[in-house]
Design a protein around this ligand. Structure first.
Ligand code: MG
Length: 270
């Protein structure tokens, strides 16, 4: 017996709508079908700003560039920090996009930072690790990471590469300082909670669409959201479900199959 139709959707992008620069099958059809349902695109990736992600979606012909529909872990981190401490000072270790989001709410200050923020992308080196651990151990700054992924998939010069994820990059700080970071991205609750807050929907009436059982689906399930796994990303059609995780409400090969399944159960919805 399926639950009530959702009032809103949170949608992961990489592995759901596209891979690198390649649009996945049925992504456009899916976005057209759900156009009237309130939704946000959610990503653990803090490297690009919301405006850059919106431009990428438009360039791919997926939807018009509307950055208000994008929630990156970098944005969510900046908002969370502002909530903890208005006018916060930060030391960022990560890509330019992270700094761009943080600087909208706080001030970069490598001498007196309240927070050491570690995100994905270029930034970690001996000097930045040293600055960060001194801020934490001597000044009492808090360690925050944008996302806990161990690794991420990327296309570099046309080749598939596995890059270190946010979890791998924050680990040296945790080891040196003997502390755990506050983590914003999936499967931790903060990114989903900000998304649902922005859409004005409760977890029970919100559905997460994603490609990763351990992050997208696991975190959403723990919050009581409905979940849909599409097997077009990291998790392939022939893989068996990880036994330690709760199964998603929907487990499909692609977005077309998901639309068909939803229309069968909720014929009035989309
Ligand atoms: Mg994904």
């Amino acid at each position: 017996m399926h639950k009530q139709s959702p009032q809103a959707l949170l949608i992961d992008m990489d592995g759901v709508l596209y891979h690198g620069t390649q649009v996945l099958p049925f992504a456009r059809e899916f976005l057209n079908a759900i156009a009237s349902v309130p939704h946000l695109f959610l990503t653990n990736n803090p490297i690009a700003t919301s405006a850059q992600v919106a431009e990428k979606l438009e360039a791919m012909g997926l939807c018009s560039a509307d950055s208000s529909r994008i929630l990156t872990s970098g944005m969510a981190t900046a908002r969370w920090l502002a909530n903890q401490l208005p006018s916060f000072r930060y030391f960022a270790v990560g890509a330019e996009g992270l700094d761009a989001e943080l600087s909208r709410h706080g001030t970069a200050d490598s001498e007196h930072a309240d927070f050491v923020v570690v995100g994905e992308g270029v930034g970690l080196d001996y000097a930045s690790l040293t600055t960060g651990i001194n801020l934490i151990l001597k000044n009492g700054a808090r360690l925050v990471s944008t996302n806990p992924d161990q690794t991420v998939d990327a296309h570099v010069d046309g080749r598939h590469r596995i890059l270190p994820g946010g979890g791998a990059l924050v680990a040296p700080f945790e080891t040196a300082c003997g502390c755990k970071s506050v983590t914003i991205g999936k499967p931790e609750p903060l990114l989903y909670e900000q998304g649902m807050g922005q859409l004005g929907v409760s977890a029970r009436r919100c559905l997460m669409v994603g490609d990763r059982p351990d992050t997208d689906i696991n975190g959403a399930h723990r919050l009581g959201m409905q979940t849909a796994l599409v097997r077009t990303g990291r998790f392939l059609p022939d893989e068996s479900w990880p036994l330690q995780l709760s199964e998603p409400d929907w487990d499909v090969e692609n977005l077309q199959e998901l639309l068909r399944a939803w229309r069968k159960v909720w014929p009035e919805w989309i």
